[in-house]
Design a protein around this ligand. Structure first.
Ligand code: GLY
Length: 574
């Protein structure tokens, strides 16, 4: 059967490649990369894909239409994002996949980046023990060993179509190009100074004249790398020519990733982090992501408090959610890190008596205080630029994938001759215990740097099951705001009965223990802000929080897919 699909998919790829050119360029997977629409919401019966870029969602949908399952669509979407959304879509970064397969099996894959073999705890400190500004955030030294391609191949065992079919649209998009939106052209223009600073060789994004809307971005080096991966599998990235290009780039720019580090990288299959909330089964990512554990703590701390009766964005509900966020993030700073290196007390941190104890000093009349509320006695921070995709198919395969380069365009270093950005994920470690990283979060021993260790993440790809069947597929980028956005989206749907659009689009808020401020998005209700201010809360207004992509199953069995309106995110279904 698999063989037949392989041949059929191969023929289809050939036919697709031979489509008549439009604007001189062939269509890709039956999609016109020169003129495409953005859909914010779909209702469908056979399958749905939501991601940060319309071309990537459409590529994913094309795989479902060819008979692929949700895993096929997720793989093709990720590969397409690596081409059309290089600020976060990637092959030079890492990610996590949480899936529920049609037979009910739960799968979580960890393809988080890994500290290189010669990395060490104090590698970003000077002789006085002070942090060398910027070294963990930009340029060659900020990169961990990439995991995305290993993760994609680890997920292939759940796919139906051939890898050749799944990667072809990404190759075509890189080789033939796609048209830039105004927003994308502006982003590349804003990147030029950093590209000059952090690159040793020219690349497709550098230009002497400004990019403008309607320009075509062609990425020949990236296409060649993707072809090596198509032809040689995982070794097309971690060995041979691509590995040589990466390790030479590192040598030229003072990075430390070697060919051996690349060869040693492995995606890891993990035990899903599963818990029950009022009869729903919630499936999340375990360490090295803090996402599943934080979500578990926050949901359990509200479970017996009748939050639904308080009402959506009522003062009581926002205060309660803020205070559980504060307590969970205090624990994150103290206890969370790569569990292969540090014993994370997951059981203790989620014990009902522990969580009840954490809420003993909750006072609905007054703001909590992060100097008094410390991590509990149980025995970093991340960038905003990450990306999420949600997929659901008619057989009940549900896939939630979040991937990242960390900062926007990662380290800003493109691998010379290979055409892709490397991550700056080393900054997600606690580069010096107790010192906040670029987004203000602190960490300690649990998340200190060590060779071969994976840096703590906040990525929170999540599934909510009802009667053991997929009900909600959700996730978002947003650094430390990721788990609080997922928390709010789920609570908005299952406690406040909001539509999926309202659950995603309405202004969000975020508290992460330190700094002790309540971050709110523009449009957050002024009356709630005023009454919380009277209780002693301090506020910081900020731009968009997250770009949440959600699919939920409606009472009539249809799949409702909603793409966040904070960007050009796109929902497709059929
Ligand atoms: N770099 C974002 C995260 O892993 O949480």
């Amino acid at each position: 059967m698999k063989q037949k699909l392989f041949i059929a998919a191969g023929l289809l790829a050939l036919i697709v490649s031979c489509d008549p050119p439009k604007h001189g360029i062939s269509r890709v997977a039956n999609i016109d990369p020169y003129s495409y629409t953005i859909n914010k919401r779909t209702e469908s019966e056979n399958g749905a894909v939501v991601s940060a870029h319309p071309l990537a969602s459409k590529v994913g949908l094309s795989m479902l239409k060819r008979g692929g399952n949700a895993v096929d669509a997720a793989i093709a979407t990720q590969l397409a994002l690596a081409v059309v959304y290089p600020n976060a879509g990637n092959i030079g970064g890492g990610g996590f996949m949480v899936a529920r397969l049609a037979d009910g099996k739960l799968v979580t894959l960890d393809y988080r980046e890994m500290a290189p073999g010669s990395a060490s705890r104090d590698m970003y400190l000077d002789e006085k023990g002070n942090v060398r500004e910027g070294q963990s955030m930009n340029g060659h030294l900020s990169s961990g060993v990439p995991g995305t391609i290993a993760g994609i191949f680890a997920s292939m065992k759940y796919a139906k179509l051939s890898f050749t079919a799944l990667i072809q649209p990404a190759i075509d998009l890189a080789e033939r190009g796609f048209v830039l939106t105004k927003r994308e052209a502006a982003a590349y223009n804003g990147l030029q100074a950093d590209l000059k600073k952090y690159n040793t060789q020219p690349n497709a994004f550098m230009r002497s004249v400004p990019w403008k809307e309607g320009d075509t971005l062609i990425q020949k080096d990236l296409a060649a790398t993707l072809k090596r991966i198509r032809d040689k599998g995982q070794a097309g990235f971690y060995e041979g020519e691509t590995a040589r290009l990466i390790s030479e780039e590192m040598k030229r720019g003072g990075g430390i990733i070697t060919a051996e580090d690349l060869k040693n990288y492995k995606a890891k299959s993990r035990e899903p982090h599963v818990f029950n909330y009022k009869g729903y089964t919630i499936v999340g990512m375990p360490m090295p992501s803090s996402g599943g554990l934080l979500l578990h703590q926050m949901m359990k701390m509200i479970e017996d408090r009748n939050i639904g009766a308080f009402g959506f964005q009522s003062t009581q509900a926002v205060q309660l959610m803020t205070e559980v966020e504060r307590r969970a993030y205090a624990d994150r700073a103290e206890y969370m890190g790569d569990a292969d290196f540090y014993k994370v007390p997951v059981k203790a941190l989620t014990a009902p008596e522990y969580l009840a104890g954490r809420m003993k000093d909750y006072d609905p009349d007054h703001a909590g205080n992060s100097t008094q509320i410390k991590p509990g006695q149980a025995t970093g921070h991340e960038s905003e630029e990450t990306t999420h995709l949600s997929v659901l198919d008619k057989d009940g395969n549900a896939v939630s994938v979040t991937t990242t380069l960390n900062n926007s365009y990662g380290s800003k270093t493109v691998v010379g001759g290979a055409g892709f950005f490397m991550n700056d994920e080393m900054d997600d470690f606690s580069v010096k215990p107790g010192v906040p990283n670029m987004y203000g979060a602190v960490g300690g021993e649990a998340n200190a740097i060590a060779a071969g260790k994976r840096m703590l993440s906040s990525m929170c790809p999540t599934l909510v099951l009802k009667d053991n069947k997929p009900y909600i597929v959700v996730g978002t980028p947003g650094g430390t705001t990721i788990p609080t956005s997922v928390f709010q989206t789920i609570v908005n749907i299952i406690e406040f009965n909001l539509s999926a659009e309202d659950a995603v689009y309405k202004p969000k808020f975020h508290h992460q223990w330190l700094p002790d401020v309540l971050n709110i998005e523009k449009g957050f209700p002024q009356a709630v802000r005023d009454s919380l201010q009277q209780r002693g809360y301090k506020f910081a207004e900020r731009g968009g929080i997250g770009r949440t992509e959600v699919i939920r199953v409606l009472p009539n069995g249809k799949m409702e897919a909603v793409a966040d309106n904070r960007g050009d995110d796109d929902a497709e279904g059929f």
